[in-house]
Ligand binder design. Structure first.
Ligand code: FRU
Length: 495
């Protein structure tokens, strides 16, 4: 039986989502049905469809008591909304159903595992949120919370670990049919750790080990872990809070972290050998992955960040969108990401130019638009004089523009949306060090009305940013300080 809280949310979202015109949303990125969206949750393939749930507050474009929104897709690009799946309506989750994941059960039902949040009031007036792990079982539309919730609480924590920061279970089934999950937690040193739990059936859980410890190396608390084997290596994805920058690799605030290493399955410990940011742009956080039926590891992140939420405007009824689904691989010890190949099916109106040499501002016929896929190769146009700067400007008219600029001498790629129409004093630029030899660089730039995602050097790095520029600003231009030679192919994306 659905609770009144869930029934109300379902009624509300159905009525109010009708007030959002499809042209006023991203076309192939999943956006919130209405109101607020943050983390992807329960990203899974169940009964022939991909399911994506998300942190959801339908009633306002601000974070509020967390529900789980729900959508399904056959190709990860066309999404259909389903009614909200979870609402904060039980004594163990009355202050929020926080992030979690999903898995199929042998009997054909789907199991959701999420964090239940309850505010605890202290005598001194302070409030702390106690976090436990809970389950719900369903048929892909309706979910029943498990009568023995919570299934993991403070008694399942290692000594000294915080019961206030214990969240975001990511569950998977092993080949032998048993289950594992990883959960983010804060140990006594105040930084982050990832805990590993095991279960014979998905319902009875027990603590196995501390999978990985932060020791304050990368930010503090580690949120939203994901853990999987990819190309012979184990990969731990997590989103640390309170990061400090290290050169160009990480930036202040909420960041993303990919650790690649070895997993001792017996002991339940992970040893990292390589670290990198997952996304080097402005808006990306809390990614989650799914294994597709054909064996691809595909990741989707929240294309927003806690430090950049101030972009909201009062006249829009939705806030929050997901990133493109990205196919992951480990190559040369690094994480590579590329847009899922299905996107290529929706390319049309090709415009291609080879060997264009320019040394000023230039526009090219038929290259414009806000839903486009652009492949660019740039190189010096004059072998004796390395150019100073290359820039791609887009979402452009006489008032607005967002730019992607590259300075080959420093090997720095910068995204800058300060002139995108934002009226807020939040971060609008980010610079990333990229690999380039002799001023050569390969970029794939994907735009979908309110965002840009830049895949650098065949997926070696990605930079994501949202931009809420009016759609009439659809100009694209190229700029060179010095002489640049370029190949460019543009497609419209009609999804
Ligand atoms: C990450 C996060 C999670 C939490 C959720 C709450 O963005 O803080 O740790 O479960 O958002 O909405």
């Amino acid at each position: 039986m659905n609770s009144q809280t869930l029934r109300e949310a379902r009624k509300y979202e159905e009525a109010s989502a009708k007030r959002i015109h499809s042209d006023d949303r991203p076309s192939f990125h999943l956006s919130t049905r209405v109101g607020w969206m943050n983390d992807p949750n329960g990203f899974s393939h169940y009964n022939g469809k991909y399911h994506m749930f998300y942190q959801y507050y339908p009633y306002d474009c601000h974070w509020g008591p967390m529900h789980w929104g729900h959508a399904v897709s056959e190709d990860l690009l066309h999404w259909e909304y389903l009614p909200a799946a979870l609402a904060p309506d039980e004594f163990y989750d009355m202050d929020g159903c926080f992030s979690g994941s999903a898995v199929s059960l042998p009997d054909g039902r789907q199991l959701l595992m999420y964090t239940g949040v309850v505010k605890e009031r202290h005598q001194n007036g302070g409030i702390h949120e106690v976090q436990t792990q809970c389950l719900a079982v369903g048929d892909g539309v309706d979910y029943e919370k498990y009568e023995k919730n919570p299934v993991l609480d403070e008694s399942d924590l290692p000594k000294g670990s915080s019961r206030f920061d214990f969240r975001d279970p990511k569950i998977w089934q092993k080949e032998d049919g048993t289950y594992c999950c990883v959960v983010g937690n804060r140990p006594a040193d105040g930084s982050g750790q990832i805990l590993l739990y095991t279960s014979p059936d998905g319902f009875q859980w027990s603590f196995k080990s501390v999978l990985a410890s932060n020791n304050s190396r990368f930010g503090k608390m580690w949120e939203c872990p994901d853990f999987f084997l990819l190309d012979g290596k184990w990969v731990l994805l997590t989103s640390p809070q309170d990061m400090l920058p290290r050169g160009f690799e990480y930036h202040n605030g909420n960041g993303t972290l990919c650790l690649i290493g070895e997993f001792d399955e017996e002991a339940g410990t992970f040893c990292d050998q390589h670290n990198q940011a997952i996304d080097y742009g402005i808006d990306f956080y809390a990614p989650q992955t799914v294994l597709t039926p054909d064996g691809r590891r595909v990741m989707i992140g929240w294309m927003q960040n806690w430090d950049t939420c101030g972009q909201r405007t009062t006249d829009v009824l939705w806030f929050g969108q997901m990133s493109l689904p990205r196919e992951l691989s480990v190559r040369n010890g690094r994480l590579y990401q590329n847009p899922i190949r299905e996107l290529e099916t929706f390319r049309s109106n090709k415009a291609a130019y080879r060997n264009v040499t320019f040394s000023d501002t230039m526009e090219l016929e038929n290259i414009r638009g806000r839903r486009v896929d652009i492949e660019l190769t740039i190189r010096p146009g004059d072998a004796d004089n390395l150019y100073h700067k290359f820039a791609l400007r887009f979402a452009q008219n006489d008032k607005f523009q967002t730019s992607l600029s590259f300075r080959p001498r420093e090997s720095i790629l910068k995204v800058d949306r300060k002139h995108s129409g934002s009226r807020r004093a939040i971060i609008h630029q980010r610079r990333s060090k990229v690999n380039s030899e002799n001023g050569e660089l390969k970029l794939r730039v994907i735009m979908d009305r309110f965002s840009v995602e830049v895949f650098v050097n065949g997926g070696e790095q990605v930079m994501s940013a949202v931009l809420y520029t009016d759609q009439s600003a659809d100009g694209i231009s190229f700029y060179a300080d010095g002489t640049v030679n370029m190949d460019v192919v543009k497609y419209d994306l009609i999804v």
